[in-house]
Ligand binder design. Structure first.
Ligand SMILES: C[S@@+](CC[C@H](N)C(=O)[O-])C[C@H]1O[C@@H](n2cnc3c(N)ncnc32)[C@H](O)[C@@H]1O
Length: 332
């Protein structure tokens, strides 16, 4: 059981009604709280929870319109996303209690200050390196508008430009990542056909692919509902057509691809996580046609080339700058 869920179970008497658990982890907490519902924006955790607890979890960037007696927010990594989620919960639970649970090292103390903007706030418990806070939501705040919280910026590479929209919590919120910038300079010469932007975030790479190769079919895949929402905003703002897909890892991706292009993840919450990218490199060949290409950007210190060579073929470096490298490999 996740330590945050353990802290909630120490206070189970507070959570007896129809409580909504926002951003809950993929564990057994719902089994202990039979009246509770889950709200997830992580496709992998949602998949687990909906298989384990049928009809008790939703996948969305917004809380469903149902009536809840209280809410618990599992503290996310981003401060801006915390702001949006607290606002969303407070707007729909005015007059009720919103709890916040999070690891101390993830910033639970700081987030409690954000919570206090919505009503009288106090600490309920502190254990397992986590804190549990509660807030009696006083007045109903205005319903937050996710699209209005989006930051727009223009990204240019070569002759092309794209207006990028990032909503809170999405990678490179409001500014372009240096690794992504380098990858955008390395999109020439891909074999025609179907491309995947793996871990699409706000859809920068997928949008440049579509602009560079208007006849290609592009899929933008991400595990995070907020990233998919951003990608849709970015595609629409640039009048580009592509498929967006919420899914956890490469196994959710289409097959028979002619290219996988990615700035893949290596941070997950407060923990460093390489597994998603390593699995993608190991299994890329299953999703690529013969002659299909993998192009990824990564921090130079990450030891991806041996993995790429083992599972795909010879790996070359297309570009190197600012501590990043763009790697290329072709499936035999
Ligand atoms: C380094 S960011 C790159 C975002 C975007 N492509 C860019 O260059 O700005 C990696 C992205 O991978 C996504 N991600 C993390 N784990 C994933 C998983 N298991 N499956 C799919 N996407 C994942 C994250 O949500 C994040 O948007």
């Amino acid at each position: 059981m996740d330590p945050r869920s353990q802290v909630l179970l120490r206070n189970i008497e507070l959570l007896q009604g129809k409580v909504v658990l926002a951003g809950l982890p993929a564990d057994e907490l719902l089994a202990e709280l039979p009246n509770a519902q889950g709200w997830s924006w992580h496709a992998g955790e949602y998949e687990y929870l909906s298989q384990r607890f049928a009809e008790r979890c939703t996948f969305s960037t917004q809380l469903s319109g149902e009536q809840y007696s209280a809410a618990v927010l599992f503290l996310p990594k981003s401060r801006e996303l915390t702001e949006y989620l607290l606002h969303e919960l407070a707007a729909k639970l005015a007059g009720s209690t919103v709890f916040l649970v999070g690891e101390k090292r993830a910033g639970s103390e700081r987030a409690a200050k954000q919570l206090a903007a919505f009503g009288r706030t106090s600490k309920v418990d502190s254990a397992r390196h986590c804190q549990l806070w509660r807030c009696e939501v006083a007045a109903k705040p205005e319903q937050p508008n996710l699209n209005a919280a989006s930051k727009e910026f223009i990204v240019s590479s070569g002759e092309l430009s794209v207006a990028v929209h990032t909503v809170p919590g999405v990678f490179s919120h409001g500014r372009l990542d240096l690794g992504t910038q380098l990858l955008l300079e390395c999109l020439a010469g891909l074999p025609a056909g179907q491309y995947l932007d793996f871990g699409c975030g706000a859809g920068v790479v997928g949008s440049f692919l579509k602009k560079t190769y208007p006849d290609a079919q592009i899929t933008l895949l991400d595990v995070d509902a907020f990233a998919i929402h951003s990608s849709k905003l970015t595609l629409a703002a640039n009048q580009l057509e592509a498929v967006t897909l919420a899914g956890d890892g490469i196994h959710a991706a289409p097959k028979q691809l002619t290219a996988i292009v990615s700035n893949p993840p290596f941070h997950q919450g407060v923990h460093t996580q390489y597994e998603t990218t390593e699995t993608m490199l190991r299994e890329a060949a299953i999703h690529l046609q013969p002659g299909g290409e993998l192009r990824i950007v990564a921090n130079s210190f990450l030891k991806y080339p041996p993995l790429i060579e083992k599972h795909l073929g010879p790996c070359s470096v297309l570009a190197e700058r600012d501590g990043f490298k763009v790697y290329r490999a072709v499936r035999n």
